[in-house]
Design a binder for this molecule. Structure first.
Ligand code: G3P
Ligand code: CA
Length: 253
């Protein structure tokens, strides 16, 4: 197994699927993750939140309304209640019947894919620290921790991940890295990578992070022009809603 660091050092392109193969399948479902794995992506990105009974669930939004046929905050519902919801029909009726996965179900899906990297986003919430501890425990149980990078839009949670659990962290330029000053290694010493949206991506921004030893990671080049621009900027890690254009940019060995 190559470590993420080894891949980054080689300047080879790492392609991550954002919430699974999001452009073609309902986001954060097991089907979306399976289809991304079948494309040959290097990494899966996904979002974690706790149910009312403290089960880690894979869901992006705080509420159920956009991506399921439920309503209200996910934290108001137990696992049993959440499993009664449909998480596919909102995207296309051919996907009716898909469920919100638990994080454990995703871990089980990943078992045959021992080289796939994981970008674990702990969603910002009042119980994010509890979600972190449960997530780390499950990743340790499955032996996946060494291939993870953790994201959060809460600087305190990123610091907790770095200091308490000593894992790789990613902050976002314009969010937890809103006061980014090139060369300010004190502020950013806890960041392994910096997420950069396409609208903020320039060669200068990438070089500034690289000079500080922080991996520049862009979101979301979804066509060949954007993926080519990101490569020109010096980006070596791309998270995509449609991973196919970025995968086509990857040098073949
Ligand atoms: O992991 C962070 C990335 O996915 C961008 O944020 O809102 O799509 O989860 P979001
Ligand atoms: Ca995310």
């Amino acid at each position: 197994l190559e470590t993420i660091e080894a891949l980054a050092d080689q300047s080879s392109l790492i392609v991550a699927a954002h919430r699974g193969y999001k452009s073609a399948y309902p986001e954060n479902t097991l089907l979306a993750f399976q289809k991304a794995l079948e494309l040959g992506v290097d990494m899966l990105e996904f979002d974690l939140r706790l149910s009312k009974d403290n089960v880690l669930m894979v869901l992006h939004d705080e509420t159920l309304d956009r991506t399921t046929n439920g309503t209200g905050p996910i934290g108001d519902y137990s696992l049993t209640e959440l499993k009664q919801l449909d998480a596919g029909g909102w995207f296309n009726q051919v996907f009716e019947g898909l469920k919100i996965p638990t994080f454990e179900e995703l871990c089980q899906l990943l078992q045959p894919y021992s080289e796939v990297l994981l970008n674990v986003e702990i969603k910002k919430s009042e119980n994010a620290q509890e979600a972190v501890d449960k997530t780390i425990a499950l990743l340790q149980q499955y032996g996946y921790l060494s291939r993870c990078v953790f994201t959060c839009f809460d600087a305190d949670i990123l610091a907790y991940l770095h200091d308490k659990h000593q894992v790789r962290t990613q902050g976002f330029l314009g969010d937890v890295m809103s006061n980014f000053v090139p060369g300010d290694t004190g502020t950013y010493s806890k960041m392994w990578a910096a997420g950069i949206s396409m609208s903020l991506l320039t060669p200068e921004v990438v070089a500034s992070f690289q000079d500080m030893g922080i991996l520049a990671w862009c979101y979301c080049p979804d066509d060949e022009q954007q993926a080519a621009y990101a490569l020109e900027c010096g980006v070596t890690l791309m998270t995509c809603n449609d991973p196919v254009p970025a995968l086509r940019m990857r040098p073949t060995i």
